[in-house]
Ligand binder design. Structure first.
Ligand code: SDX
Length: 431
């Protein structure tokens, strides 16, 4: 870590100045600590969307957007994708180190023995129409967990925080599968503890009473890999939401439910569902050029879903891995999907187009993932639910890190007020 340095900021209109310390981390650019700026100069900072503002220190994930680098606790995503499993990555994100065999066995046992949801929780689903969006059902069901565990949960107690993490990682697939089963009118399936994490989820999703489920190792490996790639991504919108809600002392189930609702937006995790719908609308490679023209047209709200990123101004390393997976998984499953041809043509056209090149818009994690989910038989409305299952590991790791950080404060941004100056109340007959 380099020696701390400072930057000096001078308001030339008042000659008030502020000497601000530079804060450096292990990797990445140093940040200016503006804690005394208002006291020194009478000014706050303004940064719409926090594009240039660090909200916290964190040791969990590092992204280099220019180089297309993604590290979970220092391990490159490419190595974890090739050699690890989602549950091992969840342990890594939570604990900061890869588990020794006995540590992983204990973690796997704990997760397996917290997979069931309270029987009363099943009643919540009866209140939804069968065509309710599964993200709405997931957010509601996870928020309701705070009613089942609120009384005996002390967020200041490390053991309670660890148990909440285990419960959330364990129950998210069970609740997610229930959302799907409810939407198609099938009976819920209990989690089978003799199955591994992803197989257990696929069993709860697709097993029917009338015949044994033919488990597909290709499908399980593909989904496990997608879960690894989606597990964390530093201070993205949904993780920042979890941290903001967590900073008030709210319980972890309410904080994670807030993250689920933030993830749902099409600008964020909802993009994977939007990509599939967009590829279907485009229909054939012949229509790609017109889609590119629309995406460039400022008078058209149409955007190329699955393209662009706040941080990556190079290829999203996850998108590269998922694109390669697409070909492999579809071939192994014996599936051919014309939408993959559309996606490939769209990517090729965009990466040659000045508009996208100039703005450094590349495919992101959501561009190809839906094609694999579709090949696994997962319906489009469930794509963002898949994202939420995986990101639960990252969300709860950040929620725990926040509570372990001494001096953490409630999040409370400032604003630039653009409303009326002070004015007196006017009686209704004078308005
Ligand atoms: C995720 O933060 C994370 O880490 C998120 C995530 C994670 O793992 O948590 O990586 C997951 O959310 C990935 C992003 C998924 N969203 C989409 O694919 C939706 C489409 N993409 C865009 O909406 C957009 O690119 C964002 C939201 C991803 C990023 O928006 P920014 O950083 O605010 O960028 P911007 O809107 O300021 O765009 C800069 C320029 C603009 O043009 P100009 O004003 O300069 O002329 O690029 C244009 C935008 O109009 N642009 C696009 C575009 N994305 C940006 N134009 C067409 N199609 C697009 N997809």
């Amino acid at each position: 870590m380099s020696d701390p340095k400072t930057v000096k900021l001078v308001d030339e209109s008042t000659q008030r100045s502020s000497t601000l310390p530079l804060v450096a981390g292990t990797l990445g650019p140093a940040c200016i600590d503006i804690g005394t700026l208002y006291k020194d100069t009478g000014h706050f900072t303004y940064d719409v969307g926090y594009g240039s503002t660090a909200s916290t220190k964190s040791a969990i994930t590092y992204i280099d957007g220019d180089q297309g680098v993604l590290l979970y606790r220092g391990y490159p995503i490419e190595q974890l994708a090739e050699k690890s499993s989602f549950l091992e990555v969840a342990y890594l994100l939570l604990n900061g180190e890869l588990p020794k065999p006995a540590e992983f066995a204990g973690f796997e046992h704990d997760v397996a023995h917290h997979t069931m949801m309270h029987e009363s929780l099943k009643n919540f689903f009866q209140g939804f129409h069968h065509d309710a969006h599964p993200m709405a059902m997931l957010a509601a069901a996870v928020a309701s967990l705070s009613a089942f565990y609120h009384d005996d949960l002390d967020v200041e107690n490390p053991a309670d925080r660890k148990l909440a993490a285990i419960r959330l990682i364990a129950k998210m697939p069970t609740i997610a599968a229930a959302c799907y089963r409810y939407s198609i009118g099938w009976p819920f399936r209990y989690p089978r503890n003799n199955l591994e994490y992803v197989d257990r989820f696929l069993h709860m999703m697709f097993e029917v009473p009338s015949e044994p489920l033919q488990m597909s190792p290709v499908a399980a490996r593909a989904l496990d890999l997608l879960f690894i790639l989606h597990a964390d991504h530093e201070q993205n919108a949904s993780t920042s939401t979890v941290r903001l809600v967590g900073s008030t002392g709210a319980n972890p189930y309410a904080s994670i439910a807030a993250g689920i609702t933030a993830l749902w937006g099409p600008a964020h995790g909802g993009a994977n569902e939007a990509v599939l719908k967009q590829l279907k609308e485009i229909g054939t490679p012949d229509n790609v050029e017109s889609a590119i023209l629309r995406a460039k047209d400022k008078n058209d709200s149409f955007r190329l879903m699955g393209f662009g990123h706040r941080v990556y101004k190079n290829f999203d390393p996850r998108a590269k891995i998922i694109r390669e997976m697409c070909h492999k998984v579809l071939a192994e499953l014996g599936v051919s999907d014309p939408l993959l041809d559309v996606a490939m043509k769209l990517e090729e056209a965009a990466l040659k187009d000045e508009y996208f090149v100039e703005r450094k818009l590349y495919p992101n994690v959501d561009f190809y993932s839906g094609i694999i989910y579709k090949a696994l038989g997962i319906p489009t409305e469930m794509f963002t639910v898949m994202f939420a299952i995986a990101r639960t590991a990252g969300w709860i790791a950040h929620w725990i890190e926040q509570h372990e950080t001494p001096g953490a404060r409630i999040g409370r941004p400032r604003q630039i007020y653009t409303g009326h100056d002070v004015r007196d109340y006017m009686a209704s007959d004078k308005r």
